[in-house]
Design a protein around this ligand. Sequence first.
Ligand code: SF4
Ligand code: SF4
Length: 361
Amino acid sequence: MGLTYLEKFRDPSLAKNLVAAIHKESRLTLRLMEVCGTHTMAIFRHGIRNILPETITLLSGPGCPVCVTAQKDIDAFVAVSRQPDVIVTTFGDLMRVPGSGTTLAGQKGAGADVRMVYSVFDAVTIARQNPEKQVVFCAVGFETTIPTIAAAVLMAAKEKVTNFSIYGANKLTPPALAALMTTPGVSIDGFILPGHVSVITGVDAYRSVFETHKVPSVITGFEPIDILHAVLMLVRQNESRVPALENAYPRAVRESGNPKAREVMHQVFTVGDAAWRGIGLIKNSGMELKPDFKAFDAGARFELNLTDVAEPKGCACGEILMGLKTPVACALYKKVCTPMTPVGPCMVSSEGACAAYYNYG
Ligand code: SF4
Ligand code: SF4
């Protein structure tokens, strides 16, 4: 009997062959970074770290949208939830990320109307059902999520749902990779590039980062075979000293990605700077509402009076997101910081590196 489509990408004998090839061909010491929280989770869940040779270190990069949300943005979400007659809507993981004072979950416990949604469209529905309230969606995500948020804004504009707005903290992947490559101390021999993001951006979006830094880069999917295949391709690129930008996920990712989704995204948003948790400001790595859609900007709708507050003392999320440290090297890991008592977002999000180490490490 032949293998089903999914079985093929989980087939133990295929995996065994790939692992054997990696062991045979890997000589150089390599630091490979996966730039996607789902890759981090898959790598841990399938025990991929443990079956690779000692020459290869896998690092978790800035690929979890919750982990890279700046503390100031969390503070903004909390501040919005303190406004009268406001319903704050958010994805689940974000609820427990600590701002400088409290979390959205803490606010909910204190009586604020904070609701978990599965899609930004649920937030628009809540706005329609509660015309006397302001409904704000905490917009965090990468290229995968931004087109949907743009579509929701377009829908709200068309249907004149004027009590809906977003607090934007969306981010773009390629500028973050470029910023990593110029950060002192960062050493990366290859990127395992995010599958879902690349469905939208296409291979083309990474070309300028690749041309500038010549770092071996492979886009791949989320099954064990996908990840092992990408690792082998990165080993081969490094061993042959011929860096390349390759696509190991052609069943989902095209060279030009999804132009339609990008069109919707650029209809509503324009590129701006963005603050990344623990990393700081990265130029042109964020998305701002265009002037035509400023009416949907929660930041402009409410007076929030935010101040800059230092990130939690001892939390090494920034260094972890840049591959400078692993979670076990954080002084707070497992001692003060656990999934039940998270200090930083990397321990909160199910896709965060610290949570993955804690649960599977
Ligand atoms: S949005 Fe998709 S590509 Fe980005 S971190 Fe999540 S799973 Fe990975
Ligand atoms: S273990 Fe906790 S405190 Fe340390 S880096 Fe991770 S999230 Fe931050």
